[in-house]
Design a protein around this ligand. Structure first.
Ligand SMILES: O=C(O)CCC(=O)C(=O)O
Length: 346
């Protein structure tokens, strides 16, 4: 049974930018998935990303009917794709933390309001002591905020990204959401969130699933792979290729194919994610949220139109937006960013 009604989920998600805890898995299902993940990650060169393509327990969670219903309610959409997934581990008594950030920042997905993260607790418990997630209510309404990068230190984010203190201090007080194994939260790709170090004696392990509505496009250059979760969509009409779903009891052949797809999908995704040149910069995308640009975006229902939209986004950001941003030189605080956005709107 879902712990909240569809209406509750939609309302909280739209109002606050996050919702939870939601009861998704039994403690046993969460534990089984945890063992499978730990086993996979004990292999040399294993990746913690997109394990839904090679581990049956993670694939089952990604397609779990209760979770999928919650995602559909939050986004008010029946056509849902899974862009990516990752395992987030904090070792016992470790210093690693996740600095305040928005998931949209380097993903290149547009519009980011159609994308969310479902964070499912695999270990038990995931409370404040273990470093659970905290969410800044209504921060998703601010759209893209400026981020800095600093890759050394204990910030566990891949690019060491963080939102500056001067901006964080202007946000509503963050709300920590404690979870038991198998419970989940949903947060918007625009919602600012963070998590503190794990002070407990147990590893803290969560599965982050990045779901989106089928009208979201990738503004970065490489055509990526996504999993169809629900809805009647054909990848030929979308700007993504579909990944095959791993069967519940995969044959050796299914696993071999899953691993091939996994390698390909990871390569494409990371090639985009780490491509943050001027055209793809998050500040450029921040400005693409401005209405005049949105309204010149044509329908993205079919691939032809999707391609045109991508092309025009790049052209606009090159010719107009980025040149103006460069005039300001450094965007290092929120008011600069707001000023640039106003420039573009005007
Ligand atoms: O696992 C965490 O503590 C934070 C992960 C996170 O920021 C995310 O999944 O979006």
């Amino acid at each position: 049974m879902p712990s909240k009604t569809s209406t509750d989920i939609h309302k909280s998600f739209q109002q606050d930018g996050f919702v939870g805890p939601l009861d998704i898995l039994t403690a046993q299902e969460a534990h089984d998935a945890l063992l499978e993940v730990q086993n996979e990650l004990s292999n040399l060169n294993a990746s913690r990303f997109k394990l839904h393509l090679i581990l049956p327990s993670i694939s089952r969670i990604a397609h779990h009917p209760t979770l999928v219903e919650a995602v559909k309610s939050a986004l008010a959409c029946d056509d849902i794709l899974l862009w990516s997934s990752d395992i987030n581990i904090k070792e016992p008594k470790s210093a690693g933390f996740y600095a305040p950030h928005q998931d949209a920042t380097y993903a290149g997905l547009f519009p980011s309001s159609g994308v969310l993260t479902a964070w499912v607790a695999l270990s038990h418990p995931v409370g404040e002591r273990e470093g659970c997630l905290s969410f800044y209510p209504a921060s998703h309404k601010l759209r893209q905020l400026p981020h800095f990068n600093e890759t050394n230190g204990d910030n566990l984010l891949v690019l060491g990204q963080y939102i500056g203190d001067d901006v964080v201090q202007t946000l509503n007080k963050p709300i920590p959401i404690e979870l038991t194994a198998g419970q989940a939260t949903l947060h918007s790709f625009d919602c600012v969130h963070a998590s503190a170090p794990n002070r407990s004696d147990n590893p803290r392990v969560g599965l982050a699933l990045r779901y989106m509505t089928a009208n979201v496009i990738q503004t970065k250059p490489v055509r990526e792979m996504v999993t169809l979760i629900c809805g009647d969509r054909d990848s030929r009409t979308l700007p993504f290729d579909f990944e095959p779903r791993l069967p519940d009891c995969p044959s050796l052949n299914d696993i071999r194919r899953g691993r091939e797809v996994h390698a390909d999908a990871l390569r494409k995704e990371s090639s985009n994610y780490f491509n943050n040149d001027d055209t793809n910069n998050f500040v450029t995308r921040a400005n693409l949220h401005a209405e005049p640009i949105l309204c010149v975006l044509p329908s993205i229902e079919d691939i032809q139109t999707g391609r045109e939209a991508q092309k025009s986004i790049r052209e606009i950001s090159n010719k107009l937006v980025w040149r103006r941003i460069k005039n300001i030189n450094v965007i290092n605080n929120f008011s600069d960013c707001a000023r640039v956005t106003n420039d573009i709107i005007l």
